[in-house]
Design a binder for this molecule. Structure first.
Ligand SMILES: [Zn+2]
Length: 272
């Protein structure tokens, strides 16, 4: 029963998350105006705002003008409900688990925005890191989470620096090899950047939430999940080749988080 209430609460939060996902990329206020139809602008009645059910009862159409309502609404509400349910089921209902849920909620919003707009709002990214660090259940764990966030932010910065240098060198192989990306000459040799800054921030969140070992595993899981998509877009236009990576990082993080015990057990056998 408790878990069912947690699920319902999750769908309500998901309903709010939809507003965040739609309004932040457009630079709109997330509190005003009240929910309204995007086609006819009619404000919604309270019973049009019930998570999952409203969309199903209205058959995915606006109650006033009958124009279709994006299936993003029920999908995010359902995912958010499942997210809250799963975390409560796994680690119980505590302040710590609430911050874990909030972290994943931010990752869900970032994934959706990255998927739709190929961008990642800094505000959500910073909140994700903050929530992940606060998900500690003791002060020493809080310090550890902070350390791991810094470690992964730094590690990923170094990785991006190196990859960008390699990519730039390959692209301008006739250029002088002594040029590092710090001494880059933008006019003559355009600099190629590997990964976005947002991916580094997501990595910091993963480090804080999962710890070093699990975060490395989750990056590997994310890469494996992304591989088929990367192969699929090979040879297509440059725009299509820009695969949003945050959804894969988020999925990798969630899978690793759920299977942490099994993964730790497997890692033990590797070292034994
Ligand atoms: Zn309408």
């Amino acid at each position: 029963m408790e878990l069912f209430i947690v699920f319902l609460f999750g769908t309500l939060i998901g309903s709010f998350l939809n507003v965040v996902i739609l309004r932040i990329p457009r630079d709109e206020n997330i509190a005003f105006p009240a929910s309204h139809c995007f086609t006819c602008s009619t404000p919604l009645k309270p019973w049009h705002n019930i998570p999952l059910f409203s969309w199903l009862f209205l058959g995915g159409k606006c109650a006033f003008c009958k124009s279709p309502i994006s299936s993003q609404y029920p999908i995010i509400e359902l995912l958010s409900g499942v997210l809250f349910f799963t975390i409560a089921y796994k680690i119980g209902i505590t302040l710590s688990s609430a911050f874990v849920a909030l972290t994943f909620l931010m990752l869900l919003a970032l994934s959706m925005i990255d998927f739709k707009y190929k961008m990642a709002p800094d505000s959500l990214n910073l909140l994700a890191i903050l929530f992940a660090i606060l998900s500690a259940y003791s002060f020493s764990m809080f310090v550890l989470n902070l350390e791991n966030a810094l470690l992964f932010a730094g590690g990923f910065t170094l990785l991006r620096f190196s990859l960008s240098y390699i990519l730039t060198s390959i692209a301008h192989s006739k250029a002088k090899r002594t040029q590092t990306s710090w001494t880059k000459n933008y006019q003559t040799y355009p600099f190629i950047e590997a990964m976005g800054e947002a991916d580094i921030m997501v990595a910091a969140t993963m480090g804080a939430l999962l710890g070093i070992k699990l975060a490395l595993v989750s990056i590997f899981v994310a890469a494996v999940l992304a591989l088929p998509v990367m192969l699929y877009v090979q040879g297509r236009s440059l725009e299509e080749q820009r695969v949003p990576f945050i959804p894969f990082l988020a999925m990798g993080t969630f899978i690793t988080y759920l299977l942490d015990t099994q993964i730790y057990a497997y890692l033990e056998t590797l070292y034994a």
